[in-house]
Design a protein around this ligand. Structure first.
Ligand code: GUN
Length: 280
């Protein structure tokens, strides 16, 4: 039976460490500030943005909320980002995605200063990660690395298989595992013999976006299985990309959904904000 990797507990630990750091910085007269921009009122985005503001409050980071109407033009949004780029009191800038269709997401991501790119989505941040230079990294894969490290799971020399190649999770995940000296394979929808590739993995990171797709037949005995997915099943219960009941019998470690990778994303965002403030 697999051991549970408790993302709720580990994310709480990280937030408490950051809270102490932010308090020390405050004593030195340094306040940390995150600007959060939401365009339109997509209900899921409103929940995510609300959770980010709550985490800021808990840690002692000031959050500036920009709730812009759906009709906001690309030019208007870039104008606001530009002001925030040049505002010395603002350490991090986050534009909640997706943005409305009339706004080009890539243009917006590029308009944020890499120094304030706490999401780690700017091409300069992505490029820095790929060549081992300092820069912000995407929060969800950074959270996965923390889950592994804080559970004392060695990455160096391990066969790491990532299923999914998105810009936010799969690609940066593979670069971060490589940075930790893992032997990394990235799988995607065109991968042949997915099951055989997955069965080689010592560490299997699943970010496919298909509920409960990965069952025990994809998993090597004793593998570490990290589930990045989040869905509602036929009974409206939260589930991941991994069939938990099936895989937990075979894996050595597994992340639950909810309470695994999910809470780590915000913790790592907060970590990036603190870094932004320190390195200003
Ligand atoms: N939408 C879904 N996930 C994210 C994220 O990590 N950052 C931003 N900015 N938007 C998102």
């Amino acid at each position: 039976m697999a051991k549970l990797i408790d993302g709720k507990m580990i994310s709480q630990q990280i937030k408490d460490e950051l809270k102490a750091k932010v308090a020390t910085l405050k004593e030195e007269g340094k306040d940390i500030c995150l600007a959060v921009i939401q365009v339109g009122n997509d209900p899921a985005s409103t929940v995510y943005v609300g959770n980010k503001k709550k985490a800021c409050e808990y840690i002692g980071i000031k959050s500036l909320a920009f709730e812009l109407p759906e009709e906001t033009t690309e030019e208007e949004l870039i104008g606001i980002i530009d002001k925030l780029n040049n505002d010395n009191d603002v350490d991090g800038i986050l534009v909640q995605l997706p943005v409305p269709k009339h706004i080009n997401e890539d243009t917006i991501i590029k308009s944020i200063s890499p120094k304030k790119d706490v999401d780690g989505f700017h091409p300069a941040s992505v490029g820095a990660l790929s060549i081992g230079q300092h820069g912000f990294v995407s929060c969800t894969p950074a959270g996965v690395i923390q889950l592994l490290k804080r559970s004392n799971i060695e990455i160096a020399g391990k066969e790491c298989v990532v299923i999914g190649r998105s810009n936010i999770v799969g690609k940066p995940m593979s670069m971060m595992l490589l940075r930790e000296n893992g032997t990394v394979t990235v799988c995607h929808s065109k991968t042949k013999d997915l099951k055989d590739v997955c069965k080689r993995a010592d560490i299997l990171v699943v970010a496919i976006g298909k509920p409960k797709m990965i069952d025990e037949s994809y998993v090597k005995d004793g593998a570490v299985v990290i589930d990045v997915g989040i869905h509602r099943d036929e009974n409206n219960k939260l589930c991941g990309d991994v069939d938990f009941e099936s895989v937990e019998k075979k894996a050595s470690y597994i992340t639950p959904v909810p309470g695994g990778v999910g809470p780590m994303t915000i913790a790592m965002l907060m970590n990036n904000c603190v870094e932004a403030g320190i390195n200003k």
